[in-house]
Design a protein around this ligand. Structure first.
Ligand SMILES: Nc1nc2c(ncn2[C@@H]2O[C@H](COP(=O)(O)OP(=O)(O)OP(=O)(O)O)[C@@H](O)[C@H]2O)c(=O)[nH]1
Length: 441
């Protein structure tokens, strides 16, 4: 799987991007909203603007509306109406302003002539909890007052300098939490001269009024970076987990396949071992199986009875009744013998019509008794499936004392068998080690 090499590369790229984002944040251009720009404010009007009754010059008038240049010339107490320019934002008739929370500063270029002691920058924020559409003053007032020399050059204000004035708090008498400044849903922005300016002609030109803010704050940036890292780490962890799960499943499949294969091989091996040690025709041990079984029994250091069984006149059976009948006789004789033995005894086909029986017999009489029992059983049995003839067998019996090779005992048993044949067949002959004389049964 190709997951490991890509991770260091990804990690390095992630770190590089993070550093770039943190360092690059300082140089990111600011977002700007120029309120004097056509189309930004839904409406811009002069406070106290009205027609003079007799066609004379009105006290408040535009000198150049496009350049936001206006003039106030109050000659009496009516100057209390104020002298200022208001920008309406959003849909003020519905109480829907604009959200200025992403802006933090205000850049203002104001040319002020007339000797007013203060100039005021204010904004209104419509709060449906207490603001009423029919009362423009009920939108929360937030303002800052500046001296003419503060605005002699273009000035940059922090929007947090605009606070809710005392008079507004007293006028509306709202719960304390409603008197906190808010830049949400701002419906109006005003630059004006507060107080009574009667008898003092004022000339103002607002060259620019620009809100500035970061496209993304440092906090937001850090949060975004953290989220990106968490997201990346989760994605990597998920991918790794999937790979590991897939690998575990693959390994499990391989283990299952190996287990199945091992089981098959064991079965095949068992089958082969059976084929190698079992006589196909009779189902008893073949010569190889018999030799292996005798080796095992010899190792137990106990005397063994060795019985050779040879079917009498078997050639005649073949010749007279056919080879298939001969095969059937071999099968039946093997079955009769196998059924008469104890589980610890062994029977095998030595070759042709000759069988070998090895029993756990401590004395030769026990082996002889077994041979006799087998002889009688064969005579009594209907070894021809069709009941056409009977079969007898001759037996040569000897004892294999512990520690003596069975090969030598075979020679003795063979001699005893020979005697049984010579003596007329259907009989048991014994051969005792060290005795030439034979015993007949
Ligand atoms: N049907 C069959 N016959 C076999 C098989 N193996 C050997 N034979 C036959 O067994 C016969 C053995 O004959 P002989 O050795 O002369 O022995 P016998 O006729 O039994 O005579 P005695 O042992 O002296 O009584 C031969 O005709 C072999 O062809 C076998 O697997 N099936």
């Amino acid at each position: 799987m190709q997951h490991a090499p890509s991770n260091p590369g990804l990690l390095a790229a992630g770190i590089a991007l993070t550093l770039l984002a943190v360092a690059g944040h300082t140089w990111l251009p600011l977002q700007e909203l120029d309120l004097t720009h056509p189309g930004v404010a839904s409406n811009a009007f002069l406070i106290g603007e009205q027609q003079a009754a007799d066609g004379a010059t009105p006290p408040v008038r535009w000198v150049n509306a496009e350049r936001h240049h206006w003039h106030c010339d109050y000659r009496s107490i009516e100057g209390r109406q104020g002298c200022g320019l208001t920008f309406m934002l959003g849909d003020t008739e519905q109480g829907r302003g604009i959200d200025l929370r992403s802006y933090s500063t205000l850049r203002m270029d104001l040319v002020l002539n007339g000797g007013a002691p203060l100039v005021r920058v204010a904004m209104r924020n419509f709060d449906p909890r207490f603001s009423k559409l029919e009362d423009g003053n009920s939108a929360r007032m937030q303002s800052v007052q500046l001296r003419p020399r503060d605005v002699a050059r273009p000035v940059q204000l922090n929007l947090s300098e605009l606070t809710v004035p005392e008079w507004w708090v007293q006028q509306f008498d709202l719960p304390r939490e409603y008197n906190q400044p808010s830049r949400e849903n701002v419906t109006a922005f005003t630059v004006d001269i507060p107080g009574d300016i009667s008898g003092q002609p004022q000339d103002l030109e607002l060259r620019s009024l620009v809100l500035q803010g970061e496209w993304i704050s440092r906090d937001q940036l850090y949060l975004a970076i953290l989220s990106a890292w968490l997201l990346g780490a989760s994605a990597l962890a998920t991918r790794r987990w999937r790979e590991l799960r897939q690998r575990a499943r693959q390994q499990q499949r391989e283990i299952d396949a190996l287990t199945t294969r091992t089981r098959q091989l064991r079965l095949e091996q068992e089958g082969l071992r059976r084929l190698a040690t079992i006589d196909e025709l009779t189902g008893v041990l073949n010569r190889r199986g018999l030799e292996a079984a005798i080796d095992d029994l010899e190792a137990q250091a106990e005397p063994l009875g060795l019985v050779l069984l040879d079917i009498d006149h078997f050639k005649a059976v073949n010749d007279h009744w056919g080879h298939a009948a001969g095969d059937e006789v071999l099968r039946r004789v093997a079955a009769i013998v196998a059924a008469s033995l104890r589980s610890a005894d062994v029977i095998g086909r030595w070759g042709g019509e000759e069988f070998v029986i090895v029993c756990r017999c401590r004395h030769i009489d026990e082996a002889a008794a077994l041979a006799e029992k087998l002889r009688v059983a064969i005579v009594a049995a209907d070894v021809d499936a069709k009941g056409r003839f009977g079969v007898t067998a001759s037996f040569g019996v000897t004892l294999v004392p512990p520690g003596t090779p069975t090969r030598r005992a075979f020679r003795r048993a063979d001699a005893a068998l020979y005697r049984a044949k010579a003596g007329g067949r259907d009989r048991v002959e014994l051969s005792i080690a060290g005795q030439d004389a034979a015993t007949t049964r």
